[in-house]
Design a protein around this ligand. Structure first.
Ligand code: FES
Length: 164
């Protein structure tokens, strides 16, 4: 029994070394993210959010790596990634615009903006609806990359899209 466990550990270590050697900077950053959150309760969600923010997705390789370092199953991680709309399995080929569709932004014109921006974007970017970007009193708001923009109208958003 002990021998079997040891051989599994050796296989895991070899697999991890191989993965890390392929892209050391990526796994160094993932290790930093894991270290930052691992001692808090419910650490998986903030870890996945940080990974999504840094890499634009949570790839299968990353899920496998996380499962190993967090002592979880890949199914547990896949379950979270597929449940929450914020996480993607692969990077988007298009820039992503996250439009806030929460209550305050709805009251300030989210629907009109969403309807018009699809035409303006004309397939140049991916439009997603998110719920509250923290600028409720200055909506409608949107997030492009790591920048949040407030008091948007179609014209302002058109300029932002053209600058992408
Ligand atoms: S409701 Fe849109 S930013 Fe909060």
């Amino acid at each position: 029994m002990k021998g079997k466990k040891e051989s599994k550990t050796v296989v895991q270590e070899a697999w991890i070394k191989e993965l890390v050697l392929k892209n050391p900077a990526k796994y160094l950053l993932i290790d930093d993210i894991v270290s930052k959150h691992k001692n808090m309760e419910g650490s998986l969600l903030p870890i996945l959010h940080d990974i999504q923010f840094e890499f634009g997705c949570v790839e299968d390789e990353t899920k496998r790596y996380l499962a190993n370092v967090l002592n979880l199953t890949r199914a547990e991680i896949q379950g979270i990634v597929s449940f929450y709309h914020d996480f993607a399995n692969a990077p988007s080929p298009l820039p992503i615009i996250k439009l806030c569709g929460a209550e305050a932004c709805q009251a300030r014109g989210y629907r009109k903006l969403r309807d018009e921006i699809g035409v303006v974007a004309n397939g140049r970017c991916q439009i997603e609806t998110v719920y509250c970007l923290g600028l409720c009193s200055a909506g409608p708001s949107a997030m492009i990359g790591s920048d949040v923009h407030a008091q948007l109208n179609t014209e302002k958003l058109r300029h932002l899209i053209e600058a992408l």
